[in-house]
Design a protein around this ligand. Structure first.
Ligand code: C2E
Ligand code: MG
Ligand code: MG
Length: 434
């Protein structure tokens, strides 16, 4: 039986405890205003709420909503070890205060708490599957009124679109002007030099056995002022500004280093998947892959390059010989987001792919459509001898369908969101905690 991802308490929570206890006296919300106002210690405030709460209150009533929030507060308290900095505001938001003011750590703390909060809650014999989002704000100066910081955290949370793949948002004073002052090439150069880029990893699970088969490396940019920026917001900038080559090399090197490190410590190799953009499909790619494998001592069989279907179709003539050369190192190739565009069978025949990742949009269609389209994609992939991966598995029903259709492996929030290397180790490689 496949178990959905269960978050373990992270080391970072020690930092929360530490920062709360070591400051001038314990911090609790009853004296929260004093903690900010006139107190030399600046604080951060993070606000959490379940996406489904309005719907639950509408259909099951406020009492159920409040009861679920009480259960959720219990989970946060357990994680924070009752340091008294959790607060259930009006029964519809959980507020956590910390003395931490480093945006990256504030973000990570929010991720840990969100992961702990997500999942099943049972109340009055009914099961509720909750997904939380979080908004965080950091008091910029001592004396910032508590209410101001809380309002900023709430504003950040309210700006998260429903169903967003990134459920945590950090408030920044400049957030209003972000749109008019787009990031530029210089920002990306600085990001590389100042180590602001980080890889998160999403597990790929064998749908039959539930075992971890590999992981996909997904790039994030921890901007010191703007907080976390997702790849959808900067990959095209990197492509247009000519920085994608530098970024891609960094990703490849870092992913190979991490794959090798985990393989050695687990005494078992896992396949690391790396996304490759159209602009990286240049003759240099072959050399870059070979250099990354060699530098980090990784066997090419444990690296996979993901190329989106649209890239495959547009760059067929150049891509095929390049990817064949990459495959000479044992590296495998997967077609990402399959089905999003229009692929003719002719392309599949000529493309040197090993694996086909079904675009996650298919899992969001009606059951009737899913039952028509997904088996067709799977049988097409099978005909070409490809491993089939289901992307974006979020619910047990979606998982059940893919298992019935004998899809080989899968990724999705049901198992785990993409998480940083520390969280990945804690969840999947317990031996590393010694
Ligand atoms: P992708 O390669 O198709 O990656 C999967 C995306 O779906 C990730 O978004 C992941 O967080 C999200 N996802 C995974 N499971 C679920 C789920 O159950 N539900 C939902 N709603 N979403 C899920 P992310 O990390 O924002 O990446 C977006 C895209 O950015 C990636 O799509 C990939 O095309 C590109 N990208 C990410 N990292 C890199 C990189 O290092 N280089 C290049 N060139 N592109 C990258
Ligand atoms: Mg991908
Ligand atoms: Mg994809």
């Amino acid at each position: 039986m496949i178990e959905p991802h269960k978050p373990a308490p992270l080391k970072v929570m020690n930092d929360v405890r530490h920062s709360v206890q070591d400051a001038s006296g314990p911090l609790n919300l009853s004296d929260a205003p004093d903690a900010c106002e006139g107190n030399p210690v600046v604080v951060s405030v993070t606000c959490f709420a379940p996406e489904q709460l309005p719907e639950i209150i509408r259909t099951k009533g406020r009492r159920t909503g409040k009861a679920l929030m009480t259960l959720a507060v219990g989970r946060v308290d357990a994680l924070l070890n009752s340091t008294g900095c959790t607060y259930n505001a009006d029964g519809n938001r959980i507020i956590v205060m910390s003395r931490e003011t480093d945006p990256r750590l504030v973000y990570r703390i929010a991720s840990v708490i969100c992961a702990a909060l997500a999942g099943e809650y049972v109340y009055a014999d009914e099961v509720y599957n909750l997904r939380f989002c979080a908004g965080a704000a950091i008091a910029r100066a001592s004396g910032t009124p508590w209410g101001t910081v809380l309002a900023q955290a709430e504003q950040a949370m309210n700006e998260i679109p429903h169903g967003s793949t990134e459920p945590i948002r950090l408030y920044t004073e400049d957030s209003g002007v972000q749109e008019e002052q787009p990031l530029g090439k210089g920002d990306l150069q600085r990001a590389l030099e100042h180590h602001e880029l980080v890889l998160h990893y999403q597990p790929r699970i064998d749908l039959e056995s539930g075992e971890l088969k590999g992981m996909e490396a997904l790039l994030r940019w921890d901007h010191p002022r703007l907080g976390r920026i997702m790849p959808g917001h900067f990959i095209s900038l990197a492509e247009e500004s000519g920085m994608i080559g530098h970024l891609g090399r960094w990703v490849l090197g870092e992913a190979c280093r991490q794959a090798r490190d985990w393989s050695v410590r687990m005494l078992k190799p896992f396949r690391m998947s790396v996304n490759v953009s159209a602009h990286q499909l240049q003759p240099e790619l072959v050399e870059e892959v070979s250099a990354a494998l060699q530098e980090h001592g990784l066997d090419g069989r444990f690296l996979e390059l993901e190329i989106t279907e649209s890239v495959m179709v547009r760059n067929m003539t150049e891509a095929v010989p390049l990817l064949e050369a990459v495959k000479d190192y044992g590296v495998s190739i997967s077609i990402d987001d399959f089905g999003r565009g229009y692929t003719s069978v002719r392309y599949l025949e000529a493309f040197p792919a090993d694996c086909l990742k079904i675009d996650r949009s298919f899992l969001n269609r009606s059951l009737e459509q899913q039952q028509k389209i997904i088996p067709a994609i799977i049988s097409l992939g099978r005909r070409f001898g490809l491993e089939i991966v289901g992307e974006g598995i979020e619910t047990p029903d979606q998982l059940k369908l893919l298992r019935e259709l004998e899809c080989d492996t899968g990724q999705g929030f049901l198992f785990s969101r993409p998480i940083d290397s520390e969280a990945f180790e804690l969840e999947y490689m317990p031996f590393t905690q010694a």
